[in-house]
Design a protein around this ligand. Structure first.
Ligand SMILES: [Zn+2]
Length: 235
């Protein structure tokens, strides 16, 4: 059935289940093989009540809500739409309150992607690593932020990154990310947030969770790396 395929429903078994639901809603009947495209919004609505259409990565991270899972390709996923940056942002958004995030470096393209993904869940300041910048502005950003990300290996002048990296970081709020791409950047912030959450739990004397099952942040995309060479690098 064209419409179901277009919505990402692929396997025969899932198609049969979805069809049964649509028949019950009077949107098609067993004699019809096709559904007209103008019915798509209604079809989506009916399917959304009974099914959740997710890609494999999203399906692994989303708790069951009683609806049946239909596995779809990432581009058809109702949650991430195939965007790794969106998946990362959703993980971060699930972590709690709105973080204040300063990103130092990146490109115009990554800045708009990060803005798109993080604006709904975080307060964001992005610093153009090729612009003129002052010590005072860097200090103000550092003071304001929950987390300051130095994005090494992007369009980031040594002069600008130094303004941030020379500030004493007593609160453990600064991380250096060496991986490229908006998704990697957001993943690093998510890992930082998880680490921070675990630490504050320990400080408050909270029980460390089930034996052997204490949550650890995912292996680092953040921290510990050395800043890239001076001057901007494209990418
Ligand atoms: Zn997805």
């Amino acid at each position: 059935m064209d419409v179901l395929a277009r919505l990402g429903v692929g396997s025969e078994a899932d198609t049969a289940l979805a069809r049964a639901e649509l028949e019950a809603a009077g949107l098609t009947n067993p004699r019809k093989t096709r559904i007209s495209p103008e019915k798509i919004p209604r079809v989506e609505e009916v399917l959304a009540r009974a099914f959740v259409l997710l890609c494999a990565e999203c399906a692994a991270g989303v708790p069951a809500d009683g609806r049946r899972l239909i596995a779809v390709s990432a581009s058809a996923c109702r949650r991430c739409g195939g965007s790794a940056a969106r998946r990362s942002a959703l993980r971060l958004g699930g972590a709690g309150r709105r973080l204040r995030v300063v990103v130092v470096g990146g490109s115009a393209g990554t800045r708009s992607e990060i803005d798109r993904q993080l604006a709904p869940i975080a307060e964001l300041r992005q610093v153009d690593g090729t612009a003129r910048w002052t010590k005072e502005r860097a200090a103000a950003d550092h003071a304001w932020a929950d987390v300051v990300v130095i994005w090494a290996g992007t369009e980031l002048r040594h002069k600008v990154s130094m303004l941030y990296s020379q500030i004493p970081d007593r609160g453990g709020k600064r991380i250096t990310v060496a991986k490229r791409g908006a998704a990697a950047l957001i993943d690093a912030i998510t890992a930082w947030a998880a680490r921070r959450e675990a630490e504050s739990g320990v400080r408050r004397g909270r029980a460390p969770g089930p034996p052997g099952g204490r949550a650890c942040p995912p292996p680092g995309t953040a921290g510990g790396s050395i800043l890239g060479p001076t001057g901007p690098r494209r990418g």
